[in-house]
Design a protein around this ligand. Sequence first.
Ligand code: CAA
Length: 517
Amino acid sequence: MEVREVGVVGLGTMGAGIAEVFARGGLSVTAVEADRDALARGMSILGSSLGRAVSRGKLTEDEHAQILGRVRPGSAMTSLSGADLVIEVVPEQLAVKRQVLAELDQVLRPTAIVATNTSSLSVTTIAAGSAYPGRLVGMHFFNPAPVMRLVEVVSTVLTEPAAGQAVTALARRLGKTPVQVTDRAGFVANALLLPYLNHAVRLLETGYATRDDIDLAVTAGIGLPMGPLALLDLIGLDTSLAVLQVLQREFGGTRYTPAPLLRRLADAGRTGRKSGSGFYDYPAQSPPAAGSPAGQRAEPPPPGTVTLIDPATAGARTGAAERAGPHSERAAELASLVAVAGISVTRNPVHPTDLVIVAVGPQGGVLGPATAAGRAADAVGLHVAAPGLAEIVPTPLTSARALAHAGALVARLGLPAVRSADRPGLLAGALLYPHLRDAVAMIGDGYATASDVDTVMTLGCGYPRGPVRMLAEAGVERAAEVLAAMHAGYGDPAFAPPPLLIEYVRGGLSPLAHGAR
Ligand code: CAA
């Protein structure tokens, strides 16, 4: 069935974005909002998004007028009677969705398709309350809808195959990439994204790291387009909370238990960009851009000489033997980075230097080697996370002076810097590895293939590389080691390496070579 005329019910940020996608795709769109003010607001979101495209030279004035001309605002459901497909984008409350579906059942032709953009309700439950459950399909767009290329097409046990196929074909026609999934909480993207975002909130509220450092660790240290707290503001804290609650109900476990701070901010109406404030204030503040010196603080001049301790070899040798033996690769790289910045490096802990650097790995563990060297007050850990982030890791014994010297040192290295607690994973890794773990667990569960997971996260969330590729690049052994250290450190099974990851490690398998399961 070819879709020509479409309806969009609900013209909030997502609804307006979806109406724009349809109109840009040449479809004739009826956009319905019961409330006149909401309709005007929705049309103005659509107008300003198209206006931005004109001002960036992506659309001509003529194209702008043609696209807008394809969108007919309406306030009555009866204006949708001729539609081939209607998508509902109304608030995420089952009663509200059911009411809309009941009204659509009255006005639509029985052959019309009804799509839902729900992100937190069960498509099956929504369908089961409709007079025509076979024609109901999940069509899950990503924010901002005009930009993100993914559509998750969700079929339930009640969906007629032809309806799913029509929505898949429509998504392709709109220039999107459809990924077909079955009805499970969070589908693919949100089931992976939300626990990771929730973990970021927990790190913030427990004082593990600051807001700006958390976001910078992700953009500069992992290379994702937005930090997790900025992304929560974009998605909406209320929406995020609703998705976490449904994940928690379906899967259980700490990873889905909403962080109290997320709940409080949502309760307080600080829902993110749409309310003017969330973790950031809008439009006054903007999150730190990757590569910006936002994570760096005003520092004294860098130290002239530093002592480098290599925890990988410190336990194996002692005294002169330790100082003469080869460095691990990580410590050698750090030593040459520091030397290139014009700072001399010694390995002698007795040498009276201003700063002791422990070349800590992503598993953490600065305090032991720092104390063993008898220099705990002068010592910080330093870890360089790809693609270019310095993680400065003080311990409870690190002096303010040593911390200031470390800040000055990384400023001299020219790297964006964050401060991390001395815990397994440090900062970037503590966010990344459990996220990769969740992706492997989902593949191991048979819910999605490795290639679907990577498609979803690159096209739906703008990742430069999907989680499976990131895992392959980081190395399955390293991922398993960091996760095992997090599991041992926190005693939380949510961090335990999943069976499929252990299989990759034991079998020397690449997660990329691993096909559909
Ligand atoms: N509406 C329309 N277009 C927008 C837009 C918006 N709100 N925001 C940005 N754009 C467009 C810009 O016009 C620009 O277009 P051109 O390239 O054609 O000029 C393009 O997007 C890039 O914008 P910017 O240069 O201003 O900004 P950027 O490079 O920093 O990219 C971003 C912005 C696309 C949002 C990028 O940061 C990104 O991909 N972030 C990740 C977003 C994400 O993860 N979304 C999924 C959230 S989960 C979800 O939505 C599902 C759910 O159920 C919760």
